[in-house]
Design a protein around this ligand. Sequence first.
Ligand SMILES: Nc1ncnc2c1ncn2[C@@H]1O[C@H](COP(=O)(O)OP(=O)(O)OP(=O)(O)O)[C@@H](O)[C@H]1O
Length: 228
Amino acid sequence: MGRHERPRGLRATTPGEATRVDARELLVRYGDVVALDGVSLDVAPGEFVAVTGHSGAGKTTLVNAIAGIVPLAAGQVDLGDGSSAPQPRAVGVIPQGNGLGSVLTAYENVLAPLRARGHAPAEAHEMATAALASVGLGESGSHLVEELSGGQQQRAAVARGLALATAVLLADEPTSELDHDNRERILDLLRARADAGAAVVMTTHDPEAAARADRVIELDDGVVVGST
Ligand SMILES: Nc1ncnc2c1ncn2[C@@H]1O[C@H](COP(=O)(O)OP(=O)(O)OP(=O)(O)O)[C@@H](O)[C@H]1O
């Protein structure tokens, strides 16, 4: 499949929606701390790439820089969406620490971004319900997030990211709170999303999770020190 063709299995992307990741020589600073120092990452449609490295290596910063959530001091991110604006792009993000609204239900958390992206109520309902079922939360969608376990909250966050069905999915340690079976379930979903044509980036501390990816990039102190 050519790089600019529509990914198999995903709906047609709309103008302004990301299709791939081409990050070049990213430099990110937090005050005096250099969190990324010339990091490049190219992820094609259909590829699943894991980013590993010790705590503080720059994994979250890389995901957030690609998403446009943290500003670049230098370098550029091309997501195939025709935009060079330093603003959050139309990508699916599964943030570290889940980022869910705790006094909303899991279902409401998944539904809200779908409605914000213009899906009609009935369609958004179908998508949110299917996404929650896919992560094993079909029965728990009506529970407030604060009533869910840490692992259930993490799966709700994965459902929210997956529901958007974007062709670029950025997942920041999406399995860190999960038991073995749920970890495998979530990794299967990420793998399937890539196999359907999405560009998937996942940060992880877990070597077994990283082994499910097509490629593994290792960061250390804001620099790429390995690629396998
Ligand atoms: N908001 C911030 N302000 C200042 N420094 C920060 C900020 N966020 C991250 N850093 C620093 O930037 C570096 C990279 O942090 P980052 O969170 O990207 O690492 P990480 O590899 O994701 O770590 P972890 O595995 O613990 O999540 C670290 O030195 C961290 O202390």
